[in-house]
Design a protein around this ligand. Structure first.
Ligand code: AMP
Length: 118
């Protein structure tokens, strides 16, 4: 799939939409999901313009991949979820229900999570 710069997360990276920011560095931007599905629900998006997880891993440098992964753990720590635990979800493609075609991971936690579909 071609990357389409009209998607909502591309607009967020360009500063065109407001967010509740949690963390930012050169590789990633973390903010709260606008429709939380758990007591704590954050998103970490890459600054690389990738459509999804597979596209990101296949077409990014090792520095970009490790930088993005470290931004995820930094966000988890800032959210205070290290000890209580959390779930990471990369929706990818139509069967997953991925809505926004820009790489992002959901961080879910802050309560006991449902295990349906896991
Ligand atoms: P996905 O189904 O994995 O593509 O998830 C996209 C997520 O982005 C959903 O959970 C939405 O609630 C969230 N979302 C969409 N627009 C915004 C926004 N402007 N700010 C924060 N979260 C958003």
């Amino acid at each position: 799939m071609e990357y389409n710069a009209d998607n909502v997360f591309a607009k967020i990276i360009r500063g065109e939409l407001p967010i509740q920011k949690i963390y930012e560095d050169e590789y990633a931007l973390a903010f709260y999901d606008i429709h939380p599905k758990a007591k704590v629900h954050a998103l970490v998006i890459s600054k690389a313009l990738s459509t999804d997880f597979s596209d990101f891993i296949d077409h990014s440098s090792d520095d970009e991949i490790s930088g993005y992964m470290r931004a995820i753990t930094k966000t988890i720590t800032l959210l205070g979820l290290d000890e209580s635990g959390y779930r990471l979800v990369f929706n990818t493609g139509s069967d997953s229900g991925q809505e926004v075609p820009h790489l992002h991971v959901h961080i879910l936690g802050g309560e006991k999570l449902q295990t349906e579909n896991l």
